[in-house]
Design a protein around this ligand. Structure first.
Ligand code: ADP
Length: 454
């Protein structure tokens, strides 16, 4: 299977539509990240644990059996294909499932198993014979709430007497109605409204409250306050869990006003490095020659997935059209006006292709924008092409972005390949700055001998 993501970083050309250069929010990025993820992100780092209450037992487990989950939940976990707990789950789950319940703050990068951890904990705390809301999960956006709901539905598929209700935009409750579902997933505003204005849900009966994506909550006007107001209506003994991708003063301040005596667990992101990446550059005097180089590289059989980075959407579109013309399938992502549509394209055009090892999809190309793809790790990517080298607003090489595009963490293990297109003295200068910054040689490739990179 061979796929290409074309990524344009629209910062350097003046003639782009300003709408297009608008950054998508961190909530959008988090969502895209979830949608495109194909599996667990593993890490060689150890989980760091801080305990506020030294009396609370803390241990880790190496198997799901050791957690003594209810049989239907365990069945659900195995039906997801999870054989053993992830690093974060090993430490978080025993504390989340312990009696008396313990509060927790957990931080780790996206894809490390946080959602699955709190979903297992939420399901475990439900008393199915009680027909009223018992556990709630607060999420910053409708789309993220729906993503969590899907995980609950999947892991909980054998818990046929547990039901979910979404408290999100578009869901309405007739006045006077009381909710009978045990699990509520929603955005803070809607949950607060339902609890206070509509009174269809009694927050004093909630046993577990999860706050997911806390870093996005504090970044979005109003969500933080609404979460605190919800928290004020919860019983004192309600188990509080807070999950976040980033860990900084603001997140911790927010966390600490909601959560007393938490266990804090953190799994640091593995550092990206250029250690196992072969870096090359190609002198290309024109766009046409760049295209030719890409076409040669792309058709070389040994390369799997690829990402191509651009400065502008205009150039990305140009390349997409040319590739289409030459018989490659192209999915254009950057023109999509909203997140929903971008997701549909990602799912249809890329993720499915990755899983279908079919000749039919060999030359599929996906075009996306830089903002949509930032931070999204496609594990299978083996080639990164910088159609344009990354430069900052000051005109100097943007080494951080370069590392982010090309770098691999330990989990990728195998070698990667990076090819930089140099189209003149300015780009050559940028290349030299990057080379000096990382003190790693970028080797010149001859356009006539591109096959040698294989
Ligand atoms: P996060 O919430 O940290 O972003 P998720 O819980 O969504 O992480 O998990 C990331 C991916 O890994 C998902 O595809 C999920 O189904 C999968 N996953 C989660 N836990 C495990 C596990 N123990 N074993 C294998 N895969 C897992």
């Amino acid at each position: 299977v061979k796929n290409v993501i074309i990524d344009c970083n629209k910062t350097t050309e003046q003639n782009e539509n300003p709408e297009e250069t608008k950054n998508i929010s961190i909530a959008d990025t988090a969502l895209l990240q979830k949608v495109i993820r194909t599996g667990l992100v593993t890490s060689k780092n150890d989980v760091e644990v801080q305990r506020k209450d030294p009396n609370s037992p803390l241990y880790s487990v190496k198997s799901f059996e050791a957690l003594h989950l209810k049989p239907n939940i365990l069945k659900g976990v195995y039906s997801m294909g999870y054989n053993a707990p992830s690093k974060i789950q090993e430490t978080a789950l025993p504390a989340l499932l312990a009696d008396p319940p313990q509060n927790m703050i957990a931080q780790s990068q996206s894809g490390t198993g946080k959602t699955a951890a709190f979903v297992i904990a939420m399901l475990s705390r439900v008393e199915p014979s009680h027909k009223y809301p018992q556990v709630i999960c607060l999420s910053p956006t409708l789309e993220l709430a729906l993503q969590i709901g899907q995980v609950i539905e999947k892991i909980g598929r054998f818990c046929t007497d547990i039901h979910i209700r979404y408290a999100v935009t578009g869901e309405n409750i007739p006045r006077g109605m009381k909710l009978t579902e045990q699990v509520i997933i929603g955005t803070p505003g809607k949950v607060f409204d339902w609890a206070t204005k509509f009174r269809c849900l009694d927050l004093s009966k909630i046993r577990v409250c999860v706050l997911d994506e806390a870093d996005i909550m504090i970044d979005t006007q109003g969500l933080q306050d609404q979460s605190i107001r919800i928290h004020n209506l919860l019983p004192r003994r309600c188990q509080m869990m807070l999950f976040s991708v980033t860990y900084n003063k603001d997140v911790m301040q927010f966390a600490e006003c909601l959560i007393t005596n938490p266990n804090i667990i953190r799994l640091k992101r593995e550092e990206e490095s250029l250690g196992n990446i072969r870096q090359y550059y190609v002198n290309c005097s024109s766009q046409e020659i760049k295209y030719k180089a890409i076409a040669i590289i792309y058709s070389s059989a040994s390369i799997g997935q690829a990402i191509i980075f651009f400065h502008t959407r205009k150039k990305a579109t140009w390349l997409a059209e040319k590739l289409t013309h030459d018989g490659h399938g192209v999915g254009l992502l950057s023109g999509e006006p909203n997140v929903d549509q971008r997701i549909t394209v990602l799912e249809r055009r890329f993720r499915r292709d990755l899983s279908e090892d079919s000749e039919r999809f060999r030359n599929r190309v996906l075009i996306t924008t830089n903002v949509a793809a930032r931070g999204i790790d496609i594990e299978q990517v083996s080639l990164v092409v910088n159609f344009d080298l990354p430069v900052g607003v000051d005109g100097n090489a943007d080494c951080e972005t370069y590392l982010h595009r090309i770098g691999r963490t330990g989990r990728f293990g195998r070698n990667g390949l990076a090819i930089n297109m140099v189209d003149g003295p300015k780009a050559y200068n940028t290349l030299k700055q990057i080379e000096n910054h990382f003190d790693r040689k970028i080797i010149r490739l001859d356009t006539d001998n591109l096959e040698e990179v294989e």
